[in-house]
Design a protein around this ligand. Structure first.
Ligand code: TPP
Ligand code: MG
Length: 598
């Protein structure tokens, strides 16, 4: 498919400005954004940052950074989020004062909960009230705009001078990219942006303001962990939030093999371990399956590599009993916990806490551990073939099989999978085989994050593929226009069950508990009557739209040209009508707690 020279996306070319000695504060702020080496600024325009907008276009020539226009601020942040999940570096998302930031807020929460760096830039109407235009500048000014999102960002600032703006941008990048990573927000006063400068301020050297290298735990803690793991009879490694780095992937495999440890992974997170490896103990899910819980209950030592919700996972395995295994936690995540959002999850019991990201600890453990020759656990079940549906409809498993056939040899990167997916449908063999979910469970994020990830994959040897629900598609659909506009290849397969189906299951659950008619579960849930024509909506935005495909025998014929078009550089939406139904592992997500059931 593409070669690296195809990595650039289409750029709107400004006519050159007349040479001039005039310089504006926003020119110098834009120059600092360029110095941070941020390749794209994803934006929806607004008068609050018209000064900076002008500087990006006319002072910097819409190059390094290049603007990407979005139709909704939520997409600006979601695109930056998806990009960072692949490229491990932040983009800037520029959002208008008050209202733009309000639109962006769910996507900021998603990036926060996913621990992904995004530099959100914003603006305020003139802080000096005497300079405000009547009406709109007052509406679009807030006393403390960062307060809107402060509970789910790492840091924010509203600098009052050019020098302070430079510093704020440097600090924003440094904080966003320090683990646990996350979004930050910098708000520029409209008056400051539009101030004429009498001299050119010197830019600080950005290399002196980088994030620190990852912290390493003390050697005695590594030695202790190594000793427990080597002595363990049935160690289990929970592979959680880890990097997309291939070397780190291989080091995790080496660690598991040296220990003969069983491994569990999670569909909420990007691929962390080869799922077909004999040590991978049970297919991953969005919730802990019974098979995974049984593996965990059997462990005498659990090594959590920044596992998401270690407390809840241990509880799911052990119920109300105390956790019997020794627990080693490797994480810096609690630095993010502020109590507003409960995204910190349950408090896990921990016997040895290594304050570190997984990567340095895995490397040190590999150095400290002598490989043991013990019995290896029995091989884990391999990927299952799709069960024939028999009723003439397409199951998600059948769709997955057809997608596999169509993309064999193209190295697909599964950017996103829908909640109805089951971990046994697809094996992951590389960190870029799957990118995980959206962090905050905010539906509508799928399209934007898919476009952002595809942007980062452009020019690589990877075929970007997002599999999303029809509800997610409809909520976020205008994000795809940016892919068409910028020329970003992407295949989106919509698992279209014509419903917000996840919530039908919740209504069924409640109806059963209350002895009420389950037949009514669909009311208030279905996306039908009229049924949106998803392919037509895609075509209406300049994409290639294919479908709906409703019969199993039509699948291969629809998939092949879709994949071919993406390989040729197109952004394609393939609408597949799937049978409403979820994998069994999702059923644990429907239950609140055992107490609840009583
Ligand atoms: C912004 C937002 N609104 C509502 C929800 C509640 N919710 C969770 S899953 C879901 C259904 C999503 O529908 P779809 O993408 O079609 O997936 P399906 O469940 O049908 O497979 C909804 C509405 C949410 N998580 N986020
Ligand atoms: Mg649906």
């Amino acid at each position: 498919m593409n070669n690296p020279s195809d990595a650039a996306v289409r750029r709107d070319m400004p006519v050159p400005s007349q040479p001039s000695n005039e310089l504006w504060a926003s020119d110098s702020i834009a120059a600092m954004i360029r110095a941070l080496d941020i390749p794209y600024v994803v934006l929806n325009p607004g008068s609050s940052f018209r000064g900076l907008h002008d500087s990006l276009v006319n002072h910097l020539g819409n190059e390094r950074p290049q603007m990407l226009v979005v139709l909704h601020e939520e997409h600006a942040v979601a695109i930056a989020h998806g990009y960072a999940k692949v490229a491990s570096r932040p983009l800037a998302a520029f959002v208008h004062s008050n209202v733009g930031l309000m639109h962006a807020s769910m996507a900021i929460y998603n990036a926060w909960a996913d621990r992904v760096p995004v530099i959100v830039l914003g603006a305020t109407g003139p802080v000096d009230a005497a300079k405000r235009r009547p009406w709109i500048d007052w509406l679009h000014t807030a006393q403390d705009q960062g307060a809107l999102v402060r509970h789910f960002i790492k840091w924010d600032a509203q600098p009052a001078s050019v020098g302070a703006s430079h510093e704020a941008l440097l600090r924003a990048r440094q904080i966003a990219t320090t683990a646990p990573q996350g979004p930050v927000y910098v708000c520029f006063d409209a008056t400051l942006q539009e101030t004429r400068l009498s001299s050119v301020p010197e830019l600080p050297d950005p290399k002196r303001y980088l994030a620190p290298p990852p912290a390493r735990p003390a050697q005695e803690l590594i030695d202790q962990a190594a000793q427990w793991l080597m002595q363990a009879q049935r160690p289990v490694i929970l592979m959680g939030r880890v990097s997309r780095d291939k070397e780190a992937w291989e080091e995790r495999v080496a660690l598991a093999e040296a220990l003969g440890a069983r491994v569990l992974t999670d569909l909420k997170l990007g691929a962390a371990f080869p799922t077909a490896h004999e040590l991978h103990a049970a297919p991953p899910g969005f919730f802990l399956s019974d098979a995974s819980a049984a593996v965990l209950r059997d462990a005498d030592v659990v090594l959590s590599l920044d596992w998401w919700d270690l407390g809840g996972t241990l509880k799911a395995a052990w119920g109300s009993q105390p956790v019997q295994s020794r627990v080693i936690q490797v994480s810096v995540d609690h630095y993010s916990h502020n109590g507003w959002s409960q995204d910190h999850q349950g408090l896990p019991p921990v016997d040895l806490f290594l304050l570190s990201e997984p990567e340095p600890t895995v490397r040190l453990l590999n150095q400290a551990i002598r490989p043991r020759s013990g019995q290896h656990p029995s091989p884990s079940p391999k990927v299952k073939a799709a069960a024939p549906a028999g009723d003439g409809t397409i199951s998600i498993a059948m769709m997955a099989e057809a997608l596999k056939r169509a993309t064999s040899g193209c190295q697909p990167c599964l950017i996103r999978l829908p909640l109805g997916w089951s971990g046994d449908m697809w094996d992951f063999e590389d960190p870029l085989d799957y990118l995980g979910y959206d962090g905050g469970g905010g539906i509508g994020s799928g399209p934007g994050m898919a476009v952002g990830a595809a942007l980062a994959l452009k020019g690589s040897n990877r075929l970007p593929v997002a599999v999303i629900g029809d509800g997610d598609y409809m909520m976020g659909v205008s994000a795809f226009w940016t892919a068409a506009n910028a020329g970003i290849p992407l295949l989106t397969v919509v698992c279209n069950n014509r419903s917000f189906f996840n919530d039908e299951l919740h209504q069924e659950r409640v109806a059963r508990d209350r002895n009420r008619p389950v037949e009514n579960r669909w009311i208030g849930q279905r996306i039908s009557d009229p049924e949106p024509d998803l392919a037509t909506i895609a075509r209406g935005q300049g994409l290639l739209g294919i479908g709906p495909v409703a019969r199993p025998d039509e699948l291969d014929a629809a998939m092949a040209p879709a994949v071919e078009a993406v390989r040729g550089g197109a952004c394609v939406v393939l609408d597949v009508h799937v049978t409403p139904g979820y994998s069994p592992s999702m059923s644990s997500g429907m239950t609140r707690s055992q107490e609840d059931d009583q």
